[in-house]
Design a protein around this ligand. Structure first.
Ligand code: IVH
Length: 665
């Protein structure tokens, strides 16, 4: 392609990608599948490689173009990044209001109340509309230049249509609760210390020196203000709309309040509703709306007088440690888990809590029978925060890590640089079972009827030693098993047989390679045409794939170096499990490349189940009908979406036809 057509095509691709970033990250209304998005990105990367002179600093490709840094440079904030004073109850808030009232000498004023996002404060500097650099708060005067890491966050625009030549936007980088759980799962499998909460996870991620590793973390941002707002703006609430219009992600839960009573009501509402959010908040922030009044009130050396934080109480409970279980994951890591006297904690009864690892056991100096304080980490996983030593029985025994694997008795080992003790016996029944359960699970090979109980029976009876053996099972092997009738045995054999036709990416995912989730598996299946070429690729080649990184690269290389794993792969190959990329995108499936809308009630599936079936078969879900919709699945009382689809001439199917379609992978 000549330079001028390349230039046009590059500009078009950048526009498209920016549009889809916005739809996905800010508006949560994606219009294309991840696969289609990746195709656009790869096309842009290829064209920019051919024409390096056309690469611009705000091209979406620059989000992951950073190289590992030796350390972070320091930057001075043009205006200091202050902190907020905290309040903890209604009376404190009313006192704050009285101070504001006095400070404004009888003028009328309004407040804006918004969520206090529990993440990491950052400042973003735009010069002539281009993101020039981004920094942490640091000590408020100097911060770390973490530009390369911030650029990996897709909800941060790389360029904006700003009227001002200089604009400093401030916000909170955070990790969703879902991502936090995913990250800690990986940490756990790798024998690393988990993050205590999403805030620490976000902070730890932003401090990484390799931006490619940061890109894996799926961080996000909510912006909440500006260093020096443009003169055209008079109020904070208005400024939030201005930032939203520029393409920033602004939290939608924001309220303009006429007086402090309204503020208090709004705060109380969110104290009740905070669990409904997909991210952590640790309170609310209350700000005087008018900029002129903010200036009039001024600031102390560390916090403004026009704003205050209302912190929610930490949610903790005291209970008794009954016993400790040492549970084993599919990678052999041993995790101590506390069995507790059941106790009510923020809406649920807690009877188990993770104790993380040996270091944590020692640090907390846990003894059996101890009275312990528990808290929900990131309000998700309960954990033991501390022990009430004064309540300890004199004869209490300390909790210690076992020296041998609680399942197979192999001596446990602690590898250098890891906090975890591992059972290194790859044939340890707990690991064997864990790997087979993962292989058969919904998101992986989706073998119906092969849950943990059946896996347990099959392994205990030595009918299988790894997931490759599943394909040699016959009905006669299954019939003698407990609670296995003719029909279930037939169904299981059929389900195993059917799984051979799963697309290649699912096979890659089901191998249980550390760091290779569904997204990475799809990426790998797209890049490598079959298992042999994937096995032959080294760490470097994989690390360089867009969206993957060194951790994935190393883990894939290690997996294919292990002879035991190669033997299992051989079994899969012999059985006829698909070892080749079946479509050019690696997505495969009956809904491949389709954008599907679900409307009305389905009898046989919940919304989530139907959506999962579509996604796992290559499709993409959209909540509204547009001319991008490929198919509408209409249940009972479908309503206006169906009418719109009819008008646009989009194919509509009913539940029966849907069931027929999902029978095909
Ligand atoms: S406004 C002068 N608004 O809370 C400080 N801060 O404890 C103005 N934070 O450092 C900050 N959500 O990192 C503001 N909606 C919000 C916020 C918010 C979270 C953080 C921010 C700040 C810390 C103060």
């Amino acid at each position: 392609m000549d330079r001028s057509s390349a230039q046009k095509e590059i500009a078009r691709l950048r526009r498209e990608i920016k549009k889809h970033d916005r739809l996905y990250y800010e508006l949560a209304r994606p219009e294309i599948s991840d696969g289609e998005y990746d195709l656009l990105m790869h096309r842009l990367i290829d064209l920019e490689k051919q024409h390096p002179g056309l690469v611009l600093p705000d091209s979406p490709t620059q989000r992951v173009a950073g190289k590992p840094l030796p350390g972070f440079a320091q930057v001075k904030h043009p205006a200091p990044m202050l902190s907020l004073d905290n309040t903890y109850n209604e009376d404190d808030l009313r006192e704050f209001d009285q101070r504001v009232c006095k400070g404004l000498g009888g003028q009328s004023y309004r407040y804006v109340a918004e969520l206090k996002i529990d993440g990491v404060a950052v400042a973003l500097f735009y010069h002539q509309g281009l993101l020039q650099y981004g920094a942490t708060r640091g000590d408020g005067t100097m911060g770390d230049d973490i530009s390369a890491n911030l650029k990996t966050i897709r909800s941060i625009p790389l360029s904006i249509d700003a009227p001002e030549p200089e604009l400093e936007v401030r916000g909170e980088v955070y990790l969703s609760k879902k991502e936090f759980v995913r990250l800690n799962d990986i940490k756990q499998q790798e024998g690393q210390a988990p993050f205590a909460n999403p805030r620490n996870a976000a902070a730890g991620s932003l401090k990484q020196l390799d931006p490619r590793a940061v890109a894996q973390r799926k961080l996000s941002i909510f912006v909440y203000g500006m260093g020096r707002p443009p003169e055209s703006l008079d109020q904070h609430y208005q400024a939030m709309n201005f930032l939203k219009d520029l393409g920033f992600k602004v939290n939608p839960n924001i309220e303009l309040c006429q007086d402090i009573s309204q503020v208090i009501d709004y705060c109380k509402q969110w104290e009740q509703k905070r669990d409904d959010l997909d991210y952590e908040i640790d309170g609310m922030v209350i700000k005087v709306d008018s900029y002129a009044q903010q200036r009039q009130l001024g600031a102390t050396s560390h916090s403004p007088r026009w704003a205050i934080a209302y912190k929610f109480p930490a949610r903790q409970a005291a209970t008794i440690l009954r016993s400790v279980e040492f549970s084993l994951g599919r990678t052999g890591v041993v995790t101590p888990v506390a069995n507790l006297e059941p106790v009510q904690l923020s809406g649920s009864v807690v009877s188990r809590a993770t104790l993380h690892n040996d270091d944590e056991l020692k640090r907390k100096d846990l003894h059996y029978g101890d009275t312990v304080i528990i808290e929900k980490a990131g309000e998700i996983i309960p954990q033991v925060v501390r022990v009430l030593i004064e309540k300890r029985d004199k004869k209490a025994r300390p909790v210690v890590m076992p020296q041998d694997c609680p399942v197979c008795r192999t001596p446990l080992r602690r590898l250098e640089g890891e906090v975890a003790w591992r059972c290194e016996n790859v044939s340890c029944p707990a690991q064997v079972k864990g790997r087979i359960e993962h292989f058969a699970s919904r998101g992986a090979m989706d073998i119906d009827g092969l849950g943990p109980a059946v896996v347990e029976l099959l392994v205990n009876k030595e009918l299988i030693g790894d997931f490759g053996d599943l394909y040699n099972l016959r009905k006669a092997d299954l019939l003698p098993l407990e609670r296995m009738g003719e029909k279930s045995a037939d169904n299981l054999i059929t389900a195993i047989e059917k799984s051979k036709g799963n697309p290649f990416w699912r096979v890659v995912y089901s191998l249980g390679i550390i760091h290779v989730g569904t997204q990475a598996a799809r990426e790998l299946a797209k890049r490598f045409e079959d298992m042999d070429s994937l096995a032959a690729a080294g760490c470097q080649e994989i690390s360089n794939i867009y969206g993957l990184g060194p951790a994935v690269g190393q883990s894939v290389e290690n997996f294919f170096r292990n002879t035991q794993n190669l033997k299992v792969l051989q079994k899969l190959k012999r059985a006829g499990v698909s070892m080749k990329s079946d479509t050019s995108t690696g997505y495969g499936g009956v809904f491949s490349g389709m954008t599907v809308v679900l409307t009305g009630g389905l009898e046989g599936y919940t919304r989530e189940q139907a959506a999962e079936l579509i996604i796992s078969r290559g499709g993409n879900i959209s909540s509204s009908v547009s001319n991008k919709t490929s198919l509408v699945v209409a249940g009972s009382d479908p309503g206006s979406k169906m009418q719109k689809a009819q008008k646009l001439g989009i194919k509509i199917i009913d539940e029966k036809e849907f069931t027929e379609m999902v029978k095909n992978i």
